[in-house]
Design a protein around this ligand. Structure first.
Ligand code: CUA
Length: 333
């Protein structure tokens, strides 16, 4: 019961605090998403008109048949029926060709950003996102996870890759979907027109925890973005409390370091998310728990209860040590 509460309370807190976090293709904040929304309205509007026309024609036929005695259609009736069929066929062809052309034009213009000053490589994993900021200066290359910061008003180039199965990157308010395919290199451009937190979600079934593979995109003014990047480049801060110092010792002497990196310590594992500044992120476990000490403890104590099938194993440390490690990780701002 306690365990369930530990999961439920943070999840509820996240939901309540997440009122400003949007995930809707109808609430657009970028040109890429706006073009897609335009297509959604045109396709839906046209489909509605066609549906009304078909239902209207059907109603008319039913009504006429009831009031008139049944009779074989004469030559004139047959000719007018053929005309109706010919017009309907012509209209159908024109509509299909028109909609295809519209999608093609939208697709072309989505791919046509002349300059994209920021490049981020995103790798899909079962079930989290590795986020790597690329820079011509190797010392400014940065590794993070599950949370993407971008500057407002600047087109950002996303290089999308996968190490295991096919995932799909989708932040509906900013852009359309793009698959991450093992062995392939796909690209997508993100452009946020105003600051905000935009929620995204893996949009291709990728296994047991597909629904728990969320991503947050945080769009902020250029100076804030640069300051964030500079802060993230720093090595992990020293633990501020005795509890956190104990937590670091436990963390570094246990199995955590086999999968996780904390820059500035001996932890250099690569198969799990980089934890150097995990405390500065808003969520853990790919968006399913808020970043709080309790949620961290819950996650470490029972990862399989929170996210069955995840690669995070149950650790063999005791409850007191789990609290220490949670305090340490929370302090990694
Ligand atoms: Cu990754 Cu669905």
């Amino acid at each position: 019961m306690l365990r369930r509460n530990l999961v439920f309370v943070p999840a509820a807190a996240l939901l309540l605090s997440g009122c400003t976090v949007g995930q809707s293709a109808l609430d657009v904040h970028g040109e890429n998403a706006r073009q897609l929304l335009r297509l959604i309205w045109i396709f839906s509007g046209l489909s509605l008109l066609i549906w009304l026309a078909v239902i209207g024609g059907l109603a008319l036929a039913l009504f006429r048949n009831r009031s008139e005695p049944e009779a074989e259609p004469d030559e004139r009736g047959r000719r007018s029926a053929s005309r109706v069929v010919a017009v309907a066929t012509g209209l159908t062809a024109i509509i299909i060709i028109g909609l295809t052309a519209l999608s093609y034009v939208a697709d072309r213009s989505l791919a046509s950003y002349p300059a994209r000053p920021v490049t981020i490589r995103i790798t899909g994993n079962q079930w989290w996102w590795e986020v790597r900021y690329e820079s011509p200066e190797p010392s400014r290359t940065l590794q993070s996870a599950n949370e993407i910061h971008i500057p407002v008003g600047t087109p950002v180039r996303l290089k999308l890759e996968s190490t295991d199965v096919i995932h799909s990157f989708w932040v509906p308010s900013l852009a359309g979907k793009e698959d991450l395919v093992p062995g392939r290199h796909n690209e997508l451009t993100l452009l946020a027109e105003r600051p905000g937190i935009y929620r995204g979600q893996c949009a291709e079934f990728c296994g047991l925890q597909h629904a728990h593979m969320a991503v947050l995109v945080i769009a902020e003014p250029q100076e804030e973005f640069q300051a964030w990047w500079d802060r993230q480049l720093a090595q992990a801060p020293e633990p501020p409390t005795e509890e956190a110092v104990r937590g670091r010792t436990t963390f570094l002497s246990g199995s955590c370091i086999l999968c996780h990196t904390v820059r500035g310590t001996s932890a250099g594992g690569k198969s799990g998310p980089d934890l150097t500044h995990v405390g500065s992120r808003r969520t853990i476990a790919a968006g399913i728990l808020p970043m709080t000490r309790d949620a961290l403890a819950t996650w470490i104590a029972d990862p399989q209860g929170t996210k069955p099938g995840a690669n995070m194993p149950v650790s063999d440390i005791n409850a007191g040590e789990i609290k220490d490690v949670a305090a340490y990780l929370e302090s990694l701002k």
